[in-house]
Design a protein around this ligand. Structure first.
Ligand code: SAH
Ligand code: SF4
Length: 375
C-alpha cells in the first residue's frame, strides 16, 4: 500500500522524501502543490522532475475522503458528509461570514466522552480519524470552494475542531493536521484562527500548549462538579478546579490571551440565575490566579434521545446579561445551518447501509461536478 500524502505535516513529508532518496526541500514543493494548489495528481506538478513524479506515483497517492452528501443551507452554510468506511461518516461544516470563512471539522467517528446533550456522544465511539482524514476535510472544502467561487485566494480563514469527536482523545493524528493548517507552505492559518475545542482532557491540554499552541475552547457547561459530572462524564476524571488550573497554564502559551468557555444552554438544567451566580464566583476565584476567559453561550440543539430541551431565548439573554453585568465577556452563538442539521451537536453521521453510501457518493460526484461547471 502506498502512502497517502495527506497524512503528513511538512516535517513528516520531508522524512518521507528522504526515505525515497530525495532532498528535503522537495517536500516543500510537494506540500505546496497538495495544500496550496489542491493537486491530487503527480503529473500536474509541473516543476517536479519526471523521475521524481514517477517515483512518487509508485510510492504515494493523494486521496481525500469520499463525499457522501452536500447540503447548502439558506444562510450559506454548507455541510459535507464524508464516508470513513465501515458504515461510518463524519461531517464538516463551512460557515461563511462577512469577514471570515470558518470550517468546522471532525476528529473522530463518534465520541467516547458521551456528553448527555450531544448526539455524537449518544452514537458512541467508532474510531479515531487519521491525520489524512482530518486534513482531507479542509483540503476538500478549501479547494472545492475556490473552484466553486472561481477564486484563487484562500476562502477558509478559520478552522474550529468542533465537529464530531473529542480532538484531544485523538492527539497523535490531530497535531500533524494542526501543523499543516498553520504551515506557511500549507494553509498558512494564524494560530489565533485555529481553535481546538475540548471537553477537558487535562493532560493533553498541557501537551498541546507545548506541541502546537492554538486557540482553545473548553466545553464547561456547568458551574459545579455535581452538575458537570452528569453532563460531561469526563468531569469525574478531570474535575472543574483541575480543568481551570490547566486553562491557566495553557494561557502562558496560548496565541490569544483568553480561553473561550462554551456553555450549552439546557432548559431548567444549567440555565438558572443561580447557575450564572455560581459561574461568576467560580471564574472570579480563578481570575485571581490568572484565568482570563470569555463565554460563548450555545443554544442547545435538541434531539429526541437526549430528553433535554433548549432554554427559551429570554433565559439565554438574561443569563448572558447576568454574566456581562459581572464583567464577564459573553456572547450568544448564532445558530447557523440548523435547517440542514449542521448546528452544534447535530452532527450524527451514522451511515448504516454501505450500498446506499456508494450510490450516494456517485450521485453526489455528479451534482458537485455540475455545480462546479455551472459557476
Ligand atoms: N468534543 C469537543 C468538540 C466537539 S463538540 C467538545 O466537546 O468541546 C463542539 C461543541 O458543541 C462543544 O462545546 C459541545 O459541547 C457543543 N455541543 C454538543 N452537542 C450540542 C448540542 N446538541 N447543542 C449545542 N451544542 C452542542
Ligand atoms: Fe464528545 Fe464533544 Fe460531543 Fe462531548 S460534546 S460527546 S466531548 S463530541
Amino acid at each position: 500500500m502506498t502512502a497517502n500524502l495527506l497524512d503528513f505535516d511538512l516535517e513528516g513529508l520531508a522524512v518521507f522524501c528522504e526515505r525515497l532518496g530525495e532532498k528535503r526541500f522537495r517536500a516543500t514543493q510537494l506540500f505546496r502543490w497538495i495544500h496550496q494548489k489542491g493537486a491530487s495528481e503527480f503529473d500536474d506538478m509541473s516543476d517536479l522532475a519526471k523521475s521524481l513524479r514517477e517515483k512518487l506515483k509508485a510510492h504515494a497517492h493523494i486521496q481525500s475522503l469520499p463525499v457522501v452528501s452536500q447540503h447548502l443551507s439558506a444562510d450559506g452554510t454548507i455541510k459535507w458528509l464524508f464516508d470513513v468506511g465501515a458504515g461510518n461518516a463524519v461531517e464538516a461544516v463551512f460557515i461563511p461570514e462577512d469577514d471570515r470563512g470558518t470550517l468546522c471539522i471532525s476528529s473522530q467517528a463518534g465520541c467516547a466522552v458521551g456528553c448527555r446533550f450531544c448526539s455524537t456522544g449518544h452514537q458512541g465511539f467508532s474510531r479515531n480519524l487519521t491525520t489524512a482524514e482530518i486534513l482531507s476535510q479542509l483540503w476538500f472544502a478549501e479547494h472545492f470552494l475556490r473552484k466553486h467561487l472561481k477564486v484563487s485566494e484562500r476562502v477558509i480563514s478559520n478552522v474550529v475542531m468542533m465537529g464530531m469527536g473529542e480532538p484531544l482523545q485523538n492527539y497523535s493524528a490531530l497535531v500533524p493536521a494542526l501543523k499543516a493548517m498553520l504551515d506557511d507552505h500549507g494553509y498558512g492559518l494564524s494560530r489565533r484562527r485555529v481553535t481546538v475545542s475540548t471537553s477537558g482532557v487535562v493532560p493533553m491540554m498541557d501537551r498541546l500548549s507545548i506541541d502546537c499552541p492554538v486557540a482553545l475552547a473548553v466545553s464547561l457547561h456547568a458551574p459545579t462538579d455535581a452538575l458537570r459530572d452528569s453532563l460531561v462524564p469526563l468531569n469525574k476524571k478531570y474535575p472543574i478546579d483541575e480543568l481551570l488550573q490547566t486553562c491557566i497554564r495553557y494561557l502562558a502559551h496560548a496565541p490569544r490571551d483568553f480561553i473561550t468557555f462554551e456553555y450549552c444552554m439546557l432548559d431548567g438544567v444549567n440555565d438558572q440565575p443561580e447557575h450564572a451566580e455560581l459561574l461568576i464566583g467560580l471564574v472570579q476565584f480563578h481570575a485571581r490566579q490568572g484565568l482570563r476567559c470569555k463565554f460563548n453561550l450555545i443554544p442547545f440543539n435538541p434531539f429526541p434521545a437526549s430528553g433535554l430541551l433548549r432554554s427559551p431565548q429570554e433565559r439565554v439573554q438574561a443569563f448572558a446579561k447576568q454574566l456581562q453585568n459581572a464583567g464577564l465577556v459573553t456572547t450568544v452563538r448564532k445558530t447557523r445551518g440548523d435547517d440542514i442539521d449542521a448546528a452544534c451537536g447535530q452532527l450524527a453521521g451514522d451511515v448504516k447501509d454501505r450500498t446506499q453510501v456508494k450510490a450516494r457518493i456517485a450521485q453526489q460526484r455528479m451534482i458537485m461536478l455540475r455545480a462546479v461547471n455551472e459557476h
